[in-house]
Design a protein around this ligand. Structure first.
Ligand code: TYD
Length: 212
């Protein structure tokens, strides 16, 4: 039995998830909630160590299967040591990415398929799902900007994949969200951070009853 609420932010590269996760955490705190703001891959010492392996891989990098297993292992540690204990205490957990990133990147764009990713999640994290997943949708030029920065040599191993890969990721998020409208809300991030934040607060209030 969990007392808290679990909200995840998802979306492709450069859509403003980190900024919006932080703004939502601040808004929830202002409503008197105890908030645990975290991210994936990462959130615990072990998962942060795996993050480094994933984003700056040694040698020739990971194959698709090893990559999916590493994300699942990082998530398992994160869930067991941080997310579940937080929810059991009654915290509002806000995570910058969670399982649906693995579904979109490794499952759909990476070609492993949704069933394989769901199976790993059952094993690794007992299938824990957020109460609400907010998918931020980027305008195409924002994605192009991000990819241009990659060409400047600053991207990580996954952010630096080609435009087709990232187009598949973005399409996958739309499909995933459409298939489960009770758990997902898609929000366009084509406005100022304050405006996008206002849309998010409205959605969270509507779905989870932010106040009271
Ligand atoms: P990050 O710097 O957090 O990217 P962003 O700012 O775009 O959120 O790096 C995380 C990268 O890892 C990002 O490219 C998405 C990818 N990723 C997966 O491929 N699968 C996953 O399950 C998760 C959590 C992230």
């Amino acid at each position: 039995m969990t007392l808290g609420r679990f909200i995840a932010f998802e979306g492709g590269e450069g859509v403003g998830k980190s900024t919006q996760a932080r703004l939502l955490a601040e808004a929830l705190e202002a409503e008197g909630k105890t908030v645990l703001l975290t991210r994936e891959p990462g959130g615990t010492d072990g998962a942060e160590a795996i993050r480094t392996l994933l984003l700056d891989p040694p040698g020739e990098g990971w194959g698709a299967r090893a990559e999916a297993l590493l994300f699942a292992a990082a998530r398992s540690d994160h869930v067991e040591r941080l997310v579940r204990p937080g929810l059991e205490r009654g915290d509002w957990v806000v995570s910058d990415r969670f399982i649906d990133s693995s579904r979109a990147y490794q499952g759909f764009a990476g070609g492993l398929g949704d069933d394989a990713i769901r199976t790993l999640h059952e094993l690794g994290s007992e299938g824990l799902r957020p109460d609400l997943t907010i998918v931020l949708e980027a305008p195409a030029e924002r994605i192009a900007e991000r990819l241009a920065r990659r060409d400047g040599g600053t991207a990580d191993a996954i952010g630096g994949r080609d435009g087709d890969y990232h187009a598949r990721v973005n399409a996958a998020f739309r499909t995933i969200a459409r298939e489960d409208p009770d758990r997902f809300v898609v929000i366009a991030s084509d406005a100022t951070p304050a405006e996008v934040h206002a849309r998010i607060v409205e959605a969270v209030t509507d779905r989870l009853g932010l106040r009271g």
